[in-house]
Design a protein around this ligand. Structure first.
Ligand SMILES: Cc1cc2nc3c(=O)[nH]c(=O)nc-3n(C[C@H](O)[C@H](O)[C@H](O)COP(=O)(O)OP(=O)(O)OC[C@H]3O[C@@H](n4cnc5c(N)ncnc54)[C@H](O)[C@@H]3O)c2cc1C
Length: 316
């Protein structure tokens, strides 16, 4: 059996968790899932559609929102109770954090960013390193269970319906397990479209020039029902929130269309957007590295090009 830690935001599953379930089925026909908090009980239908025969729901007064170490504790205790061949999750910031805690508690190694896994003694994993620019083959010498995370979009989420039963349990938590927890939430995306799941992304870089010059990007994103993205320079400058950053240290995305305006195309940025089906680059520099990754390119000032695209869409 493979145990998958599925992340959800107050009852809403993320797409990469479903991808991790598909990946897990490639290792073993029996897949269980762990989801944290009472809000997870409603996930059984979707998880059953994706091959989960048992959904373990960890309930505790502390689980009213994301509590990483407590979630890691619950995962470690469930792994000890159910003895899976492997514990997997999707390698977002939260999945990696929870599995790192679980690995420390279990005193097992944790292999992050695995695009291939062969279970054996030792297990062999292929890991995506340096923002996806290098593949590393490694052997993992674990004591009992392999803990590994899978990068988003390594596989597509494929349904495989089975009957899913729900089993609840209450983990034993130490006081320190809840020291780090969500205490407040601030509204994020202006357009209400999740960056990780958006079909279209309008992304801006240093070339936009200033935080108050984001209007043409917001206008086009609104017309296309797109999410807004940006480069790290933009978040480092405080022009846009970190939640919009695309790249190695931001969100990894795979939209149908990624519009990169005023972004040079550094490897750390490309690491986050290279799985896009189509990349449109808008840049004044025809030699910018982004041009070698783009399917379409417009050499020009984004402050002229973006309004022109928006006007063309409106005229139709
Ligand atoms: C460990 C590490 C992790 C990192 N992680 C990330 C990450 O996750 N995401 C990320 O993005 N970066 C990341 N970076 C930073 C990365 O190396 C680059 O510095 C960054 O991506 C550059 O951002 P940029 O393209 O916006 O800026 P620049 O490189 O300065 O490029 C600006 C571009 O805008 C163009 N331009 C200027 N004016 C206009 C205009 N009016 N119209 C059209 N084009 C114009 C320019 O020709 C240029 O190509 C990381 C770096 C390190 C070391």
């Amino acid at each position: 059996m493979i145990l998958v830690y599925v992340d959800h935001d107050r009852g809403t599953l993320d797409e990469p968790s479903l991808q991790a379930l598909t990946f897990a089925r490639g290792l073993d026909a029996e897949v269980h899932a762990l989801a944290i908090g009472d809000a997870a009980s409603g996930l059984a239908g979707t998880l059953g559609e994706h091959g989960v025969s048992v959904l373990h729901v960890a309930t505790h007064a502390a689980f009213d929102d994301y509590v990483p170490q407590a979630a890691g504790r619950a995962l470690a205790q469930l792994a000890q109770m159910t003895s899976p061949k492997a514990v997997l999750t999707t390698s977002g910031m939260r999945g990696n954090e929870v599995l790192a805690h679980a690995a420390a508690i279990l005193d097992e190694p944790f292999a992050a960013e695995c695009v291939e896994i062969t279970l054996g003694s030792p297990a062999e994993v292929t890991r995506s390193r340096w923002g996806g620019n290098m593949l590393e083959v490694a052997r993992v010498h674990r004591n009992n269970v392999l803990l590994a995370s899978i990068p988003p979009f390594t596989v597509a989420a494929e349904p495989s319906p089975v009957a899913c039963s729900v089993q609840t349990f209450t983990p034993e938590l130490a006081a320190a397990d809840t020291a780090v927890r969500v205490v407040d939430r601030v509204a994020g995306q202006a357009h209400g479209v999740s960056l990780a799941e958006a079909k279209v992304i309008v992304s801006g870089g240093r070339g936009v020039g200033a935080p108050e010059l984001w209007g043409p990007l917001e206008d086009l994103a609104g017309l296309l029902g797109a999410a807004l993205g940006c480069s790290r320079v933009v978040t480092s400058n405080g022009w846009r929130p970190h939640s919009e950053q695309v790249g190695q240290t931001g969100t990894k995305v795979a939209p149908d269309l990624y519009i990169a305006a005023g972004i040079s195309g550094a490897t750390q940025h490309i690491a986050g957007c290279k799985k896009s089906k189509t990349i449109l680059a808008i840049n004044i520099d025809p030699e910018a590295p982004i041009m070698t990754h783009a399917d379409y390119a417009i050499v020009g000032d984004l402050h002229e090009v973006l309004p022109a695209i928006a006007a063309a869409i409106r005229s139709r």
